[in-house]
Write a protein that binds this ligand. Structure first.
Ligand SMILES: NC(=O)c1ccc[n+]([C@@H]2O[C@H](COP(=O)([O-])OP(=O)(O)OC[C@H]3O[C@@H](n4cnc5c(N)ncnc54)[C@H](O)[C@@H]3O)[C@@H](O)[C@H]2O)c1
Length: 439
């Protein structure tokens, strides 16, 4: 351990980060800024080539930041044999849901398959991907042990092996109000040595490290955080539906409630959940809970309410058009915003995608605008093949539907120039017009 701590202190620890996406790439920059030599691993050779050419493929990361990291030794590679050359291996690969809402662990198992032959004693492997409690102990450690090259040092009495830990990524894309280093890093080691090694490493890049007793406690911590959000968003989504019927403005109510200095945290309703976390992570726990004959009813109910929201939006567009004696079929509808939330270049699980498909199924002629997505093709769950339309001739659409409230939109102009605006985000707050329908 003394040698590890010395490597960390002198910034001579070589850090390898697997999965150079929304989580892995910012982590590369963080450790690189801290003076560590970082190697990034990804199976996507297009990403590897772009990074090595000093380019970025994530909107909020500037090419300059990549070049800066390069000047400190950063390189990207698709050659997993280079795992042998790093001391710490941080795994940040996707953990989506299968079509049947069960955990899709294929990215993690594929990662383990590609690294186990190159592991060597003295290394630390940390899983950062969000997952169900038990993954590190039941999947990561056994995969290493099965390969038979190195032992996992679960106990202090074992020497000459590999250390394994879990530390969840907690970043909030698009949130510029908090510095990444100020988000405390939760760490759970498989044994005290792994905990100490991981805490020492993260302690250089994060201002606070919170050590919990096990990887499972750290895995559960991440899920609790996201389930808390998912359930509270479902609560305000349900209350929004009630408030709409009662003629009460839910946004005004939340704003007033949020003035309470204790015991209340505001959450906001919307057109449905999106992103790689909140719509997915809770179901990792539901799935695991079944192993314990346990039904996670809050999660199931929240899922039911949140998944109904895109249908509510389509219904709201339908009745707003109906008020103007127009059917959904044949109406021209412009959807504003493809991203799953404001000012991010991420459309994974975005409610816009399902809303567009539902409107198309009803026979509407749908276009979209999103400054972050000049075009949208085919993904795991959609096949749109559309191009972002300019925001001129808005009066040529029967309805403009606000699904994502990007800050670059001039909502006053949009309302002034449109025939009808259906607003699922309260983006038009403060504007008075008969043309606005808030839903
Ligand atoms: N995006 C977020 O805001 C966020 C926040 C907290 C936690 N997380 C969690 O972090 C994890 C990663 O999410 P992300 O948003 O960065 O995903 P991402 O899709 O943006 O990036 C994942 C990267 O992993 C690469 N990859 C896939 N399989 C691989 C393999 N076998 N070997 C090497 N590379 C591989 C992909 O090519 C991709 O570049 C997920 O578990 C997610 O739930 C994400």
């Amino acid at each position: 351990m003394a040698q590890w701590l010395s490597l960390v202190e002198k910034r001579e620890l070589a850090v390898g980060i697997i999965g150079l996406g929304y989580v892995g790439l910012p982590l590369v920059l963080l450790f690189s800024q801290e003076g560590f030599r970082v190697t990034g691993f990804d199976i996507d050779t297009v990403k590897v080539d772009r990074l090595n050419a000093g380019q970025s493929y994530i909107h909020r990361i500037e090419p300059e930041q990549i070049k800066n990291a390069q000047s400190k030794g950063f390189r990207a590679t698709a050659n997993f044999a280079e795992i042998a050359e790093v001391d710490a291996i941080l795994i940040c690969v996707p953990t989506p849901l299968s079509d049947h809402h069960t955990p899709d662990m294929s990215y993690i198992t594929a990662t383990m398959d590609s690294i186990v032959d190159y592991l060597r004693p003295g290394q630390l492997v940390v899983l950062e991907s969000t997952t169900y409690p038990g993954t590190t102990e039941e999947l990561i450690a056994p995969a290493i042990e099965r390969a038979g090259k190195v032992t996992v040092m679960r106990e202090t009495t074992v020497t000459g092996g590999i250390l394994v830990a879990y530390s969840p990524e907690r970043e909030d894309p698009g949130n510029t109000s908090i510095d990444r280093r100020d988000i405390p890093k939760v760490v759970g080691g498989l044994g005290p040595l792994a905990a100490e090694a991981a805490a020492a490493m993260y302690g250089t890049a994060f201002h606070r490290v919170i050590r919990v007793s096990s990887p499972a406690a750290a895995e559960m911590t991440k899920l609790l955080e996201n389930i808390y959000r998912c359930v509270n968003i479902a609560l305000v989504n349900e209350l929004k539906l009630l408030c709409l019927r009662m003629g009460i403005d839910i946004w005004e109510v939340i704003g007033a409630a949020a003035t309470k200095p204790f015991g209340f945290q505001p959450f906001y309703p919307g057109p449905g959940l999106g992103g790689h976390c909140i719509p997915i992570d809770p179901f990792y726990l539901s799935w695991k809970a079944k192993e314990f004959d346990f039904s996670t009813r809050f999660i199931e109910l929240a899922g039911e309410v949140n998944e109904a929201m895109p249908y509510h939006v389509v219904q709201a567009v339908s009745s707003a058009l109906n008020q103007r004696a127009k059917p959904l079929k044949g109406s021209r509808i412009l959807v504003l915003g493809l991203a799953y939330k404001r000012d991010v270049d991420d459309l994974r699980e975005s409610p816009s995608l399902s809303i567009i498909e539902m409107l198309q199924q009803e026979g509407s002629v749908v276009s979209y605008n999103d400054p972050f997505f000049p075009s949208v093709g085919r993904g795991r769950k959609y096949n749109l093949n559309m191009e972002s339309q300019p925001l001129d001739h808005l009066d040529g659409y029967d309805c403009v539907l606000i699904v994502t409230d990007h800050t670059s939109y001039d909502y006053a102009r949009i309302v002034a120039e449109s025939q009808l605006v259906v607003d699922s985000r309260n983006a038009t707050r403060g504007l008075q017009s008969e043309k606005i329908v808030r839903c």
